[in-house]
Design a protein around this ligand. Structure first.
Ligand code: AMP
Ligand code: FES
Ligand code: ZN
Ligand code: ZN
Length: 309
């Protein structure tokens, strides 16, 4: 198969767009499409300071690379969760990020070491509490969200960008829809606006790219990334939902993208407006970050308990 734009051999065929491209034109397409999504959803401008949450995986490294190419002021944030999983998961992740940075000039990375700062790796923290029945994923999510917001506020960043791709977003959407979690559905989307109470704006510039596209971008750009999933992700519900969506995509090309885009459209038309019960946030009396709880926020209560045990 030939590239749509030149005579070279196509390296990828994106059936949902009926678009086959060669290496160079595919890389160009990803970069240009990202710029278009950033503009379309009003994510940020060249004047903004962007904090990219980088995990060492293909999506977030590809995102940092694209923002770098587009000339955005984008610094990285790596959260070392202290997960080993028998192969040094967290350590390997940081090594891949450092390797990525060594071939690009003027990149800056913030590292937050969870065991050193908060007292334990997230998996040990999970064992010390009843949260998530010993699985660290919910504690880990809470911890990452807290740290991203804290670092962004303290560093004066305008926005936090994460590498979530379409497969991630469609799987979360399916989960939220199966349970009709209106609160989550109302907040899901490419942009989570800042709140006056101190939540920094969060954006997902890759939310319209299939996972195979971000993987192809990283491979074709020579970006070396951690291929292993987090060892605790095995058996997670989102993985099951991803499998279901992959089966649907097999049957009907573009099904995932349709599912996500028609959701965004429906939201724009106001189907969740009546349910928009935005809750009031107040500063946590310990760390000062916004919370719905009175007194200490969930993050502070959790990590206080971990240190007590
Ligand atoms: P995940 O939930 O692991 O699929 O990750 C989704 C996004 O969250 C990634 O694309 C990153 O932007 C961000 N992220 C995940 N883990 C980390 C980490 N340890 N440090 C910084 N950002 C992370
Ligand atoms: Fe957090 Fe796996 S439990 S990345
Ligand atoms: Zn071409
Ligand atoms: Zn707190």
């Amino acid at each position: 198969m030939k590239c749509r734009k030149c005579d070279a051999k196509a390296v990828i065929n994106m059936r949902q767009h009926r678009l086959a491209l060669c290496r160079d034109h595919f890389i160009e397409w990803i970069v240009e499409s990202t710029a278009r999504f950033i503009e379309k959803y009003d994510m940020f401008t060249l004047d903004d300071r962007v904090l990219v949450a980088v995990s060492g995986g293909k999506d977030s490294l590809a995102l940092w690379d694209v923002l770098y190419k587009l000339g955005y002021h984008a610094d990285g944030l790596y959260i070392n969760l202290g997960i080993d999983g028998g192969f040094g998961y967290s350590k390997t992740s940081l090594q891949k990020i450092e390797q990525f940075m060594s071939t690009r000039s003027d990149l800056h990375l913030e590292v937050v070491d969870v065991p050193a700062v908060y007292g334990a790796p997230v998996n040990v923290a999970a064992e010390a509490t009843s949260h998530g029945a010993g699985k660290p994923c919910s504690i880990c999510g809470l911890t990452k969200r807290h740290i991203m917001n804290r670092v962004a506020r303290e560093g004066g960043y305008d926005v936090v960008a994460t590498g979530h791709n379409l497969d991630d977003e469609a799987a979360v959407l399916l989960g939220n829809t199966l349970r009709w979690q209106i609160g989550y559905l109302t907040r899901q989307g490419p942009v989570l606006p800042a709140s006056e109470d101190g939540l920094v704006r969060k954006v997902k510039p890759f939310c319209r790219f299939y996972e195979r596209e971000t993987a192809a971008y990283s491979l074709l750009s020579g970006i070396d990334y951690v291929e292993d999933e987090c060892p605790y992700a095995v058996g997670a519900r989102t993985i099951y939902h991803k499998e279901i969506l992959n089966q649907m995509e097999e049957h009907s090309r573009g099904a995932k993208l349709q599912f996500y885009l028609t959701f965004l459209q429906a939201k724009e038309q106001g189907i969740f407006q009546a349910a928009d019960d935005s809750v009031e946030l107040t500063p946590c009396s310990k760390c000062g970050q916004p919370t719905t709880a009175a007194g200490y926020c969930a993050f502070c209560r959790l990590w206080d308990k971990v240190r007590e045990d």
